[in-house]
Design a binder for this molecule. Sequence first.
Ligand code: SF4
Ligand code: SF4
Length: 166
Amino acid sequence: MAASKLFKQLKAKPPRDLDAVVHGLHEEAFRKVDCLECANCCKTTGPLWTDRDRERVAKHLGMKTAAFEAQYLRVDEDKDWVLQQLPCPFLGTDNYCSIYDVRPKACREYPHTDRVKQHQILHLTEKNAAICPAVDHIVQRMEALYLKAQPSSASEQQSRGRHKRR
Ligand code: SF4
Ligand code: SF4
């Protein structure tokens, strides 16, 4: 698959212009993709909840942090706080987030394609291409820009497992 070949190449030797290219493609992608018509991240991969996230959202909802955690969250196998259920219970049927102003840091920062040091999160970008149409657009454009012409291997498979957002 072209995407796995791209990421293998980028991880082996990250281009110097990687941040500038990804940031430009991020702007381009989000001019095309409307999150309110998508919400796939909120439906399929809940965020990781930091201490501050849990305290802030609980306070916003007028709940004690412990009661909020008991109602909405669980601790996963990595000892991270995650949602008990997906889609996220704060996602409305209109795809609006009911706690948007106080949403978790991981939700604010997703899909991370506007942050610096993109070479450090290539594994995340590769996974997120299967979840987020904006990242998929970015990756397709990166393939056109960076991928050296090589015969593809039928055995290459992209990991598309569910994961939480950091
Ligand atoms: S998956 Fe990507 S495009 Fe869809 S709502 Fe989330 S950030 Fe927006
Ligand atoms: S808290 Fe809001 S932005 Fe985050 S997953 Fe839930 S609905 Fe989406």
